[in-house]
Structure formats: C-alpha cells, structure tokens
Design a protein around this ligand. Structure first.
Ligand code: AMP
Ligand code: MG
Length: 336
C-alpha cells in the first residue's frame, strides 16, 4: 500500500492535529454603550454566549444608570428630588458605594455634583461656561450627605441631581467579570472606553500587557503587565470643550464648581476591583498629585500611575517590576 506520509513527518502531523483541536475559542464583541466604545475579548468554549450576556448586562446597566435616558433609575431620582423613589437594589448599592467613596475621598468624588456638571453641558452636549453666580447657586445643591437611602427607596435634596458617570464603567467591568466566571471563562480582556479589566492571563499563560495612553497624543507612554486586574484611567483628554481658546474638561472640582485644573494630565489606577479603581481614578485626578500621594499613603490598597503636566511620570513602588516606560519623561517619581 502506498505510504501517505514519510515516517519522520508523523510526529509533527500529530502535534499539529492536537494543537488544532486544543486551540482556545475566542470571541471579540465591540459595541457602543455608556457613551463610549467597548471591546470585550473572551477566550473559552462559551466565549460567544458570554459576550452576548455581557453586552446585554451593560446595555441594561446603561438603561437604569443613565442621567439622560428618561425613566432610568437615576433620571427618576433626579426628576423627583425631594421625594423617596423606588429603584432597583443594584442602583441603591451603587449610590451607597458612591456616597461612601465621597466620604473616603473628602468629596473629591461627589455623586451629587450633577447640577454643576449639567450646567456646563456635559452629558447633554450643550456646552457653555456658566457665570459665577449660577455656579454658586448650583453648588449649594451638591451636598452628598443629603442623599438618603431607606430600604429600596432613595431621596435626594430638592434641586439636587446625582450622576454615577465616574463609577459606572468600572462597575460594568466587574459585572462582566462575574458573568465570565459564572460561564467558566478564565481568560479575557476588555476595554470599556479606556477602562481595562483582565480576567486571568492570556491563553498562552503570559500576562496581559496594557498601554497607558499618552494624554497629549496618540500611542502609549508606558506599559504595564497585569493578571486579574483592572487598569482604570481618568484624564481631561477623554472629554472636553474649548471656548475662547480655553479648554474645559469633564472632571469637576466640587469646591469651585469648575473643571479641575491642577498638575495632572491623567491618573491610572491598578487594582482588583473595577468600581473601586474607577472611583479612585476620578478622585485622585481631582485631588492633584500632592493630595493623591497623601491618600495613597493612607490607604495603600491600590496602585497608581500619574502623568503630570510638567512631563513627569509617578508610579507606586509595588508595580515597579511590571511597568515599562515607553516615552521620555523629564522625571520619574516612585511612591514608596
Ligand atoms: P471618569 O471618566 O471615571 O473620571 O468619570 C468622569 C465622569 O464623572 C464625568 O463625565 C462626570 O459625569 C462625572 N464627574 C465629573 N467630576 C466628578 C466628580 N468630582 N465626582 C463625581 N463624578 C464626577
Ligand atoms: Mg472614574
């Protein structure tokens, strides 16, 4: 009988067959939600059903957390300020978390700042610079201690409005990780509009490499290797408008009612939880590098990478062996 293969090629053929049959299935879902573009890359047998489930969950979250979608929980709370409103337990838990982070950050994160943020046109798109009188009046309705929670009901002060924009994407990432785990997925990477979250390591066993975006241009200024972590970034470059030559960014200082103006261009938080990282990236950006340093010294339950306006990169010691610097900085500072 005619030989089909040379004897010596048989082992290679078997190996190729084994590798093909073991090849991990991959599904990439890209979609728009929460005013941003999201990509979820999932590996494993149930990759595609998992991504479908994640997409549905994130759209559902958007539908009850959006400030602008009529009938969302947040919209109804804002529209009925002064009265107790029934909302989903999940919404209550998120508002409760935001309130606790407001206390922890001494108001750097303030979920009740929406009257001010809205007046500047963020989230609605009607950008304008309000005058000082108007800002002062609006600021008097932003006291987060006046968000009251009772069982499944919530009440905010009259004329107050809340916004979970600073934590929503991080929470969505945590929900996605839960869905993945439930479906037996052990390897995935997602980018939810600049919020990166990884489950496990790459299918080949190596860590994921995440770029830290150049806040002033394209490309990355640093890269970090991660496993089972969230890398959440806040920066003025993400959303802003310009009027009379001045740029106004989407992250606000709750003391002044003006967009944040300090020494920072971006803050990336590296930690285990998406929602905590998201709350912290916004908070540390509002604080500026000095207060952010004090805050990190006090808590030390997360890592951070900060890029400053004077071309300095700051990072926490714990991630020193995971970071590669890809750009030329005038100074590198390591927090220990
Ligand atoms: P992030 O991109 O996670 O830093 O969140 C920014 C979004 O959070 C903004 O688009 C606003 O909707 C909202 N926001 C802005 N400033 C603050 C603040 N100081 N505290 C809480 N939310 C804020
Ligand atoms: Mg945030």
């Amino acid at each position: 009988m005619k030989k089909l293969y040379k004897k010596s090629s048989l082992p290679f053929l078997c190996l190729a067959l084994i590798l093909t049959s073991c090849k991990v299935q991959k599904d990439v879902a890209s979609f728009e939600a929460m005013n941003t573009f999201m990509t979820v890359q999932t590996y494993g047998k149930k990759a595609s059903v998992t991504n479908e489930e994640i997409k549905e969950k994130i759209k559902d979250l958007e539908n009850h957390l959006s400030t602008t979608i009529k009938d969302s929980d947040i919209y109804r709370i804002n529209d009925n300020s002064g009265s107790y409103i029934d909302v989903k337990q999940e919404t209550i838990e998120l508002i409760d978390f935001a309130k606790s982070m407001a206390e922890k950050t001494d108001g750097a994160l303030n979920p009740a700042l929406y009257p001010v943020i809205k007046a500047w046109g963020f989230t609605t798109g009607n950008y304008r610079v309000p005058d000082d009188e108007e800002i002062k009046e609006l600021l008097s309705h932003t006291d987060y201690s006046k968000i009251l929670i009772q069982d499944e009901k919530i009440k905010i002060d009259e004329k107050m409005m809340i916004d979970l924009g600073a934590i929503g994407k991080g929470y969505a990432g945590d929900c996605a990780i839960e869905i993945m785990k439930k479906n037996g997925i052990s390897s995935a990477l997602m980018d939810l509009g600049g919020n990166v979250q990884a489950l496990g390591v790459k299918p080949d066993g190596s860590e994921w490499t995440i770029g830290i975006k150049d806040p002033l241009g394209k490309g990355a200024v640093a890269a970090i290797k991660i496993k089972d972590k969230a890398v959440i970034t806040s920066g003025g470059y993400e959303r802003y408008f310009t009027e009379n030559g001045k740029t106004y960014i989407h992250i606000f200082d709750g003391n002044s009612g003006y967009p944040v103006e300090n020494d920072l261009l971006s803050v990336s938080i590296v930690c285990n939880s998406g929602i905590y990282g998201d709350a912290l990236s916004t908070s540390l950006f509002v604080m500026g590098s000095e207060k952010a340093h004090e805050f990190w010294n006090k808590h030390k339950d997360f890592d951070a990478i900060l890029i400053t306006k004077d071309n300095k990169i700051i990072y926490t010691n714990n991630i020193g062996d995971k970071i590669s610097i890809l750009s030329t900085f005038d100074q590198i500072e390591i927090w220990k």
